[in-house]
Every structure is written in C-alpha cells, then in structure tokens.
Write a protein that binds this ligand. Sequence first.
Ligand code: ADP
Length: 481
Amino acid sequence: MDIVWVASEMAPFSKTGGLADVAGALPKALAGRGHRVLAVSPMYKDVPEAVDTGIKVIVHLFGHDHLVRYFAVDRDGVRWVLVAHSSFRREGIYGDSKGAYGDNLFRYALLSRAALEAARFVPGLDGQWLGDDVVFHANDWHTGLLPVYLHALYRPAGVLRRARVVLGLHNLGHQGTTHAEEFGGLDLAGRWWGHLDFHGYLNPLKAGVVTSDALVAVSPTYAKQIMHDQGFGLESVLRARRTDLIGIPNGIGPEWDPANDTHLPAHFDVDHLEGKKACKAALQRELGLPVRDVPMFSMISRLDYQKGVDLVQSITPWLLSNDVQLVMLGSGSKEYEAFFRRAEQRWPRQARGWVGFNEALAHRIEAAADVFLMPSRFEPCGLNQLYSMRYGTLPVVHGTGGLVDTVTNASPGRDDATGWVFRPHEVDAFQQAVGWALLTLTRYPAAWAKMQRNAMLRDSSWDRSAALYEAVYGNVLARPV
Ligand code: ADP
C-alpha cells in the first residue's frame, strides 16, 4: 500500500507529547511490513540531515499564495517529508509563553494541503511515484481538514480520485475550535461550511470526523469513551460514525529498550536486573539525592489538568512520610511547576521536581524508578505506562482509556498483574493504590518480582498495532470511492 502519514509533530524532528512518538514509530513499522510510506510533518527548525528535494508547490490560503518547500530524510525505510514554510519557524510548536498562536488554523490547513500535494509530487524513498490508491492517515484536529480538501478541491478536479483518509484520534480535548469568520480564509466553497460548523464555531476536528473514511482512536476503551462522555462535545457526532470507529493501542519504539537505551548509564533486561540498580544510583547522584537502595516513585508528564498532577500533589506529604524518594519531570502549568519547586524545598533529601522537557532524563527516570505514577483524568492511550512496564517500573494508573487496556491490575488470585489500576479519580483511591505498590515492593519481594517480570515481558511492539492499522487501510481501500 501507499501511505501518507501526516502529523503536526513527529519524533525526532518535533515533539510535545505522545502524538510525536506515534508519528515517529508507526510509519517505520508500516514500512517494515512492506508498505511505501511518506511521513509528513512541519519543519519547525533546521534538521541537519534533511535534504532539500527541490520540490516546491504553491498553496492558496487566507487570500495569498504560499510557497511550500519539501525537505526529506530517508531513514528506516520511510521517507520523512518535512514541510518548510516561514509560519512553522517559531519558538514553540503550537504557541509560546503568551498562548497558542493566533494563526494555527492557517498553519495546519497549510500542512494538510502540503500533505495532499506531497502525494502528487514527492516520490517514495524508492524513487517511484505513489499510486492512485493512496491512504492518507491524518491525525487530530491539525489535519482534520485534509479529507475536506480532498473532497472539495482534489476529487472534483480528477486528482487523487481514489485516495482514502483515515483519521487518528489521539486527544479529543483539543479540537482547534475557532471563530466562524476564519472560514473565509480556507479556500473552500460555502457549501462546505456545514461540515466544519459546530454550534456556530469552526471545528476542524469535527470536519475530519464527518469526512474521513475511517476513524481510529488510540485505544479500544478510549474509542468507547469518546462516544459516551469523553468526546468533549463531539460524542453524538462520533456515535453517528460508530461503525467506522475502532480503537488500536499504541506500541513503543525500539529506542525504549533498557537493554540498548543509549541514554542509560547501565543496561538491563528481564533476566539481568543489576543494571536497574546502577541506573537508580546514577540518577540519585545526578539529581543530588542520597544514594541509597530506597523505593523510588516517579512521574513524567505534561503538567496539565488532564494528567491528574493534583492527585500526586495531594498525596506527596503522606508518600514522603515513608522512607521513599519521589522524582518528577514535567513542564506546563505554572501552578504545578511551583508544586515541583516547593516539594524540592520541603523534602530536599527525598524529592526532585525537574521543570522542563528533557528526553534523556525521561529515559533515565524510567530506568531508575520502582513505581510510576499516572493518575490521568482521561488518557487516550498513554505511553509512559508502556515505557514503565518495559523498564520494570510498575505503574499506578487511573482506570481510564488506554491505561485500562494496557495495565493489568494486581488483584487477589491474579498472577498476570503488571501494575495497579485505581478508580474513582479521587485522592483516597489513588493513595490506597500507591500504598499497595509500596507494600508489595517493601514486604512481598516475590510478588513484586513476578509483577515486574510480567510487565517487562508484555508485548508492546509496534508491529502488533501496525498489523491492525494495515487491516483498517485495507478495509477502506476495499470500499467503493
Ligand atoms: P501525552 O501525549 O498526553 O502528553 P503520552 O503518555 O501519550 O501523553 O506521551 C507523553 C510523551 O511525552 C512520553 O514520551 C513522555 O515521556 C514525554 N514527555 C512528557 N513530558 C516530558 C518532559 N517534561 N520531558 C521529557 N519527555 C516528556
């Protein structure tokens, strides 16, 4: 199959969260299964290894012609296509300290158009042009307009007539909603407004939901929840498409493997755990914590209300009244960043809160810690619980979305548990689950070792998920246009 995978962020070229990890990994897994893949994302900054393809297109939007250039990195069987335009060259990806950029609708409409044009003008890594039966995999609100443009501008002109669009749903909490007046800039005939209109506002995600051929949420539980009560208003729109909506959990890439992770001072695997202890001691030295064999709790997160950082904050005095350490990494809300700083001041020998985005430190924390805290209010799939399990760091998670689908709760009589799943989303329930984790770690070493083994052996490979995506693409291609 010929697949054009399009996302607003794509690791390692750009990243604010899990979408980038998926966008950096799934195209590789698909290429590994024999498909021709272009993976398209904006070029937010210089990428030294990117080669200028010399291919340029002009896209008309918001009353002007915009020249778009394509750079390419050929790696891992995928042609990573970086879309160059001055509007992507900014301090942040979606915004800066003053908030979201005011022209994001323009920037991502431009990306959507550039991706459609890429299928026409950018050959695959093998030098061959993409065929007529191309599948676009758009993601989230940013590329929600891609199928609209396909239907409105391309098919009627006899271009990309047999192309199909699958829309990935990673987070319904962001829909790109903006004022209806902006519709005028999108270069779409007035009859398309109905697809974009949601209660009088322009909603690119809704447009993608109603015009794509199939919808894939990033876990089976999240697929159900967004039709029920977690669709941020789009529940009934999604229900109307229930037969075209499924959930496929994310996998994790080869860079998250404790046996080979280049960020780690020592390596380990399920049968050789000594390296994990060395990673803990090294992290304690790095962060200026006492170097001791003491239970280490951890959290790595965007500091957003979604992530339930408030629950971690609430249990911290209790947690640190035990002989444990707590290491946190994150950036986002000022309120939670202040909590990190206060925790360090109040418990200098037990707590560290590293404010900022630090990929290498994220790996070292996953390797060093014993328990990972993930009390997300909602979690479409979640990646950190997968990384944690792979690194033998048992997760305590709220029973929502992909966390339910991926973490097996420790309950009496089970021998396949990989962590603790708590409900409801309240401090008491969270504290109780964290208490169980601490008790198991300190008093029941055999039970701990069994859970750790289960967690490390869990198959979170992308290949498994890629096979499911392949079936979705095959399915939409089999339908008449
Ligand atoms: P989301 O996409 O909602 O942020 P996920 O769990 O799906 O949540 O993915 C989060 C990704 O971002 C993980 O790879 C995680 O390690 C990474 N991450 C989040 N915050 C930081 C940070 N401050 N530094 C480094 N990596 C981070």
